[in-house]
Design a protein around this ligand. Structure first.
Ligand SMILES: CC(C)(COP(=O)(O)OP(=O)(O)OC[C@H]1O[C@@H](n2cnc3c(N)ncnc32)[C@H](O)[C@@H]1OP(=O)(O)O)[C@@H](O)C(=O)NCCC(=O)NCCS
Length: 214
């Protein structure tokens, strides 16, 4: 019995070592699910206790640490995180839920700590140029300003975050929203294009602001 357990442990250890091999930096107790693919793996950095689900694609580029995932962050199954021409840096204790996509253009994507990104969200830091009518859009090149998502942001299911946007600390992006402009800290945004419906306030702040209005 002990022999079987030990053999299983050794087999798992060897399997994980094979999966990790060549990745730039791998922290302690990292989990990687079946059929997950790493591209330009030497430029990928994974912090401690990072968990990557099944069937994900994580792609860095030729730049060192062009794809960084902080400690205690979970990338769930079927996600795509591709640095493309820029970088993607995700902080600590974040989660990216199934079928979500993050693409970094030259401007990159920077995500802080404690950020929750629900299923089917698309974050793409790039756009096609389309000024000319005589050239197909796909041949006109692109631009990328970059996307910043600060700490403690909650992005609901099915959201789209467009290039050039900064989402302030503590904000909530409601399910289905398309964020086209910067979002102030502690905002609650809904709709297409996303509009401010509320500012998050503590009960104390709320009663102070109600008193001030009376
Ligand atoms: C935004 C959200 C957090 C609710 O916040 P809230 O401050 O409690 O908002 P309320 O429920 O009081 O709704 C305020 C208004 O926004 C509207 N609203 C709420 N969620 C909305 C959404 N996703 N899209 C469009 N409008 C929405 C409400 O209909 C309401 O409109 P009204 O004032 O005209 O009646 C919630 O609706 C939401 O979208 N959560 C995300 C859920 C999700 O994606 N979960 C995935 C797993 S984590």
């Amino acid at each position: 019995m002990i022999l079987i357990k030990t053999t299983k442990k050794i087999a798992k250890f060897i399997m994980m070592k094979t999966i990790y091999s060549g990745i730039g930096e791998v922290g302690k107790k990292v989990y990687i699910g079946r059929n997950t693919e790493f591209r330009n793996r030497k430029n990928i950095y994974l912090g401690d206790r990072v968990s990557i689900g099944e069937y994900c694609v994580l792609s860095a580029n030729k730049e060192k640490q062009s794809l960084k995932i902080g400690s205690d962050t979970a990338i769930h199954a079927f996600c795509m995180v591709r640095a493309k021409a820029g970088f993607i840096h995700i902080g600590n204790e974040c989660s990216l839920n199934p079928y979500s996509i993050i693409y970094g253009g030259q401007g990159g994507v920077k995500i802080g700590n404690y950020v929750r990104i629900a299923t089917h969200t698309v974050i793409v830091a790039a756009q096609h140029l389309f000024q000319r009518l005589d050239v197909p859009i796909c041949y006109q090149g692109g631009e990328s300003k970059g996307i910043i998502i600060e700490d403690d942001v909650w992005i609901g299911a099915n959201c789209t975050i467009l290039d050039g946007v900064k989402i302030g600390k503590g904000s909530i992006i409601a399910a289905g929203a398309v964020v086209t402009k910067d979002v102030m800290p502690y905002s609650i945004m809904t709709g297409v294009p996303a509009k401010l419906i509320k500012i998050r306030q503590t009960d104390k702040e709320l009663s102070t602001s109600i008193k001030a209005r009376q």
